[in-house]
Design a protein around this ligand. Structure first.
Ligand code: GAR
Length: 200
């Protein structure tokens, strides 16, 4: 049966676009909702252009009450009964209760080669460490921040003279390949890790 996919975003949604655009033809899944925690997030218009229903649950309206924010997220998500939730640049830390509810059905993309550089500023931290390789990871979401089982990684070289911006752009290009490949497998119940790289 075709899997129903909800995608959560906070920004421009370039990963969301690649996921949505991949779910055609014999793909085992279809997008049913794009949800943002930021009113007017650029990705919402891009989803609408593609005919995907959108919703906004602004975390700011909840004044730091995470439980109330997540209760509303759950309500909106349950209305579309997703089989899979893809976090795609969704910049809120989720509680253990929320992650447990959706565990085994929720994926995230993170711009580092996990377990390196959980959290923020991953490109800056890779540059500061003098890493010669960097990349991105798609993993299942658990209560541990950026810590769930890894479903795929893509590696890129770090060049002399790279800045956060040049490195971020190179990694993002690989995110756009990695996430759709992992989602396609995951929707077909295949957890074999996807491994991609750009050679230097
Ligand atoms: C992506 O680089 C994604 O890996 C990152 O935010 C960007 C969103 O871009 N996610 C995180 O840092 C999550 N901790 P997009 O809105 O263009 O897809």
């Amino acid at each position: 049966m075709t899997k129903r996919v909800a995608i959560l975003i906070s920004g421009g949604g370039s990963n969301m676009v690649t996921l949505v655009d991949s779910m055609t033809g014999d793909h085992p899944a279809r997008p049913v909702l794009v949800l943002s925690n930021i009113e007017g997030a650029g990705g919402l218009a891009r989803a609408t252009e593609r005919g995907i229903p959108t919703a906004t649950v602004p975390h700011k309206d909840y004044g730091g009450d995470r439980a109330a924010f997540e209760a509303e997220l759950n309500r909106v998500l349950e209305e579309v009964a997703p089989d899979i939730i893809c976090l795609a640049g969704f910049m809120r830390v989720l509680t253990e209760e929320f992650t447990r509810k959706w565990q085994g059905r929720m994926l995230n993309i993170h711009p580092s080669l996990l377990p390196k550089y959980r959290g923020l500023h991953t490109h800056r931290r890779a540059l500061e460490a003098g890493d010669r390789e960097h990349g991105c990871t798609v993993h299942e979401v658990t209560a541990e921040l950026d810590g769930g089982p890894i479903l795929g990684q893509a590696t890129v070289p770090v060049y002399d003279g790279d800045t956060e911006e040049t490195l971020a752009k190179r990694v993002l290009g690989m995110e756009h390949q990695l996430y759709p490949e992992v989602l396609r497998r995951y929707a077909a119940a295949d957890r074999t890790p996807v491994v991609l790289s750009i050679s230097s």
